[in-house]
Design a protein around this ligand. Structure first.
Ligand SMILES: C[S@@+](CC[C@H](N)C(=O)[O-])C[C@H]1O[C@@H](n2cnc3c(N)ncnc32)[C@H](O)[C@@H]1O
Ligand code: SF4
Length: 374
C-alpha cells in the first residue's frame, strides 16, 4: 500500500494556533503553484512507475480555498502520471468558510470521495478567538452539503475558556451532522504562533485539565458510536482513514508541493518550505527536495514501535519479528514487565491500554531508551 500527499499552502487567513505551511496573502499564486505541482508529479512519474497508490490526500493549508477546477486537474494529473487503485480513497481538507455546492459537485465528479472539515469547536466565541473564518452556522451549512457522504471533522481540545460541556457539544454537533470520522487534537501551542503568548501567560487549560477534557471527549465519542483507532482518531466502523493507517503502518508515501514530506524505500525526504524556492526549482526542471535521510535498521525499528503503539490495535508482534528478524517479546521483556500497568498483550498484538493512550509518549520512550541502553 502507498499514498500520495499533496500540499496546498493557501488559506484565507491564518488561525492563531496554526504553524502549518500556509500563506494567507499569496492566494494569487494558486494557478502557477498548481501548474508546478502537476509538473512535479510528471517529474516523479518514471521513478514511481511500479507503485500502486491506494490513497490521495489533498491537505494544507486549505485546499478548498482555491478554484475547484485546479483540484480536479490535480486528480487528473495524479491519475495520468501514476497507477491509482480503482477504489482509492481520495480525501480533500476543507474549511467550512470556503465550501459551496458548486465546489462539492466538481470534487465528486473528479473522484474525491472523502472530505475532512475543520470545525475545531462549536462555540462561536472560541472560533472568533482562534481567528477562524467561519462560525457554527457556516459549519452546519457545509455539513448539509456533505450529508450522506464520507466526511471527517477536526475538533480541538485545550482552547482558552473551553469546558467539558463545550467539547461534548462540539462532538455532538459533528456526529449529528453525519460525520463518519472525528479527529480530536489536543492543542499544541507552537512557538511563534499568536496562541503561544496565551500559553506563556498561563491562559490555556493546564495539562491535567486537558487530559480530563480529552477523556470526556473519548467517552462522548464512544457513546455516539465512534471507535478509537489511534490516539487522536475515531471512526464509525469501516470509516477509518486509509491514508493515515498507511502512515502508522510505515507504508510508503510520496508528497508533492511546498513542505510536503515523503518516505520511499526507507528514504525520508522533504520539499522546501519556501514558496519562491519551490517555484524556482520546479520551473527549472529540478525537484525541490531540501532534506533527505536514509532510515537505518534501528531507525526503522524505532518508527515501527512508535507508530504502532499510537494505534488502538497496537504492535503486531509477528510482523515486527518477520521484518526485523528478532523476537520482540524476548527483546523487550524487561520493558513489558516494567510497563505492565499500561500495556496489554492481546492475541498477537502488544498495545497500550485505551485509558493510557493519551499519555502514550511516556510509554513509547521506555521502549526506545531500553533499546539504546542494551
Ligand atoms: C492543516 S489543518 C487543515 C484543515 C483546514 N485548513 C481548516 O483549518 O479547516 C488540519 C487540522 O490540524 C489541527 N491543528 C492545526 N494546528 C494545530 C495545533 N497547533 N494544535 C493542535 N491541532 C492543530 C486542526 O484541527 C486542523 O483542522
Ligand atoms: S485554515 Fe487550517 S491550515 Fe489555514 S491557518 Fe487555519 S488551521 Fe491552519
Amino acid at each position: 500500500m502507498a499514498g500520495i500527499y499533496v500540499h496546498i499552502p493557501f488559506c484565507k487567513s491564518k488561525c492563531s494556533y496554526c504553524d502549518f505551511t500556509s500563506f494567507p496573502d499569496k492566494l494569487c499564486f494558486a494557478e502557477s503553484y498548481m501548474a508546478c505541482v502537476y509538473r512535479e508529479m510528471a517529474m516523479r512519474r518514471e521513478e514511481l512507475k511500479n507503485y500502486l497508490f491506494d490513497t490521495i490526500y489533498i491537505g494544507g493549508g486549505t485546499p478548498s480555498v482555491i478554484d475547484e477546477n485546479y483540484i480536479a486537474m490535480l486528480v487528473v494529473a495524479a491519475k495520468k502520471n501514476f497507477k491509482i487503485a480503482e477504489n482509492a480513497e481520495i480525501t480533500i481538507e476543507m474549511n467550512p468558510g470556503t465550501v459551496s455546492a458548486a465546489k462539492m459537485s466538481v470534487y465528486e465528479k473528479c473522484g474525491i470521495n472523502r472530505f475532512s472539515v475543520g470545525l475545531q469547536t462549536a462555540e462561536d466565541s472560541q472560533l472568533k478567538e482562534l481567528g477562524r473564518i467561519h462560525n457554527l452556522k457556516d459549519f452546519l451549512q457545509c455539513a448539509k452539503l456533505l450529508k450522506g457522504k464520507n466526511f471527517s471533522v477536526d475538533v480541538m481540545i485545550g482552547l482558552k475558556g473551553q469546558t467539558a460541556e463545550n467539547i461534548e457539544k462540539t462532538i455532538e454537533t459533528a456526529a449529528y451532522a453525519g460525520a463518519k470520522h472525528i479527529s480530536m487534537y489536543a492543542l499544541t501551542p507552537e512557538d511563534g504562533t499568536p496562541i503561544y503568548t496565551d500559553y506563556l501567560n498561563g491562559e490555556l487549560p493546564d495539562s491535567d485539565t486537558v487530559a480530563e477534557m480529552y477523556e470526556c471527549g473519548v467517552k462522548k465519542l464512544k457513546v455516539l458510536g465512534f471507535e478509537r483507532y489511534e490516539v487522536s482518531n475515531f471512526a464509525k466502523r469501516g470509516f477509518e482513514s486509509k491514508h493515515n493507517l498507511n502512515y502508522w503502518r510505515r507504508g510508503e508515501y510520496i508528497g508533492f508541493g511546498v513542505s510536503a514530506s515523503s518516505c520511499i524505500n526507507n528514504v525520508r525526504f522533504t520539499n522546501t518550505f519556501d514558496l519562491d524556492e519551490y517555484f524556482k526549482c520546479i520551473l527549472s526542471g529540478r525537484l525541490a527536495v531540501i532534506d533527505s535521510e536514509k532510515i537505518d535498521d534501528d531507525g526503522q525499528k524505532d518508527e515501527f514501535i512508535m507508530l504502532a503503539l499510537r494505534t488502538s490495535k497496537g504492535l503486531n508482534v509477528e510482523e515486527y519479528n518477520r521484518l526485523f528478524n528478532e523476537n520482540f517479546i524476548k527483546k523487550y521483556s524487561a520493558v513489558l514487565q516494567k510497563m505492565r500497568q499500561y500495556i496489554e498483550v492481546f492475541e498477537n498484538f502488544v498495545r497500550i491500554k485505551q485509558e493510557y493512550l493519551f499519555v502514550q509518549n511516556s510509554v513509547i520512550i521506555e521502549f526506545l531508551e531500553y533499546k539504546d541502553a542494551v
